[in-house]
Design a protein around this ligand. Structure first.
Ligand SMILES: [Mg+2]
Length: 247
């Protein structure tokens, strides 16, 4: 379903904000996993996932470990990321819907800022790219291996999360500081568990890790395969004063 372009206008107060994951949500494939598979090997990546599922690696630790053996220079890794990235249908419309109603749009990624920026620059028109605020981890490339740093680690710990590194609850809090009374969270993976807990409404990729987690925790979520429905929800969102009381 293609959405008609709504007339551009800005509300005086941003009543709504969107916090959206990148890998496997904005994109069809998880680019971080693809980088790890390509540069470190399928068996290496599978071992890291196994260790995570066994509880031997935290979210923070696996975000580092999948990249540790990457010795390729930044340009080579980014060039590969651009070939692996396919944007999920509806993502461009989702950003446009947020931009058109003046709703802040945070791209909150446990991935690496360098490839997130490159992929967005390649797939979003400049006026939409300007509307996206990227919150992601940082890669330091070197011949000894890739090191990840977590820009909001201290803030994440202060907010009560010791496992994510850059926890998405920090981004939800930042979204609320813009004045948003209602935050829509959209994701698919284990790094989106805190996003689902702190957002007011969650969209979870159908049959993803996050979808299963929400079911297990009896947390409400809206499953998606494309992002057109979320775009329409942003476009037609009604501010709290006009909305019937929830729960
Ligand atoms: Mg993801």
């Amino acid at each position: 379903m293609r959405l008609p372009r709504a007339p551009a206008y800005k509300r005086a107060v941003a009543d709504l904000a969107v916090v959206c994951d990148f890998d496997g949500t904005a994109t069809v494939l998880d680019i971080g996993d693809e980088i790890s598979r390509h540069f470190c090997g399928t068996d290496y990546l599978a071992l890291q996932k196994k260790l995570f599922l066994e509880g031997k690696l935290t979210t923070r630790a696996i975000i580092q470990s999948i990249y540790t053996p990457v010795r390729a220079p930044e340009a080579e890794v980014i060039a590969f990321a651009l070939t692996a990235a396919k944007i999920r249908p509806g993502f461009v419309e989702l950003v446009a819907a947020a931009r058109d109603r003046g709703a802040p749009f945070f791209l909150a990624s446990g991935g690496l800022r360098q490839y997130v920026e490159a992929v967005l620059a390649a797939h979003l028109p400049a006026d939409l790219r300007e509307h996206v605020r990227i919150r992601a981890n940082l890669a330091e490339f070197s011949p000894e291996g890739l090191r990840v740093s977590y820009p909001t680690d201290a803030e994440s710990r202060a907010a009560g999360c010791h496992v994510c590194g850059s926890c998405k609850r920090v981004v939800v809090a930042e979204a609320r500081r813009t004045g948003a009374k209602y935050v829509i969270g959209i994701g698919d993976g284990f790094a989106d568990r805190c996003l689902a807990q702190f957002a007011d409404q969650t969209y979870a990729l159908e049959d993803s890790y996050l979808h299963g987690y929400c079911r297990e925790q009896r947390m409400a979520c809206i499953p998606f395969t494309e992002l057109y429905e979320a775009a329409e929800a942003v476009r037609s969102f009604t501010p709290a004063a006009e909305r019937p009381r929830e729960r």
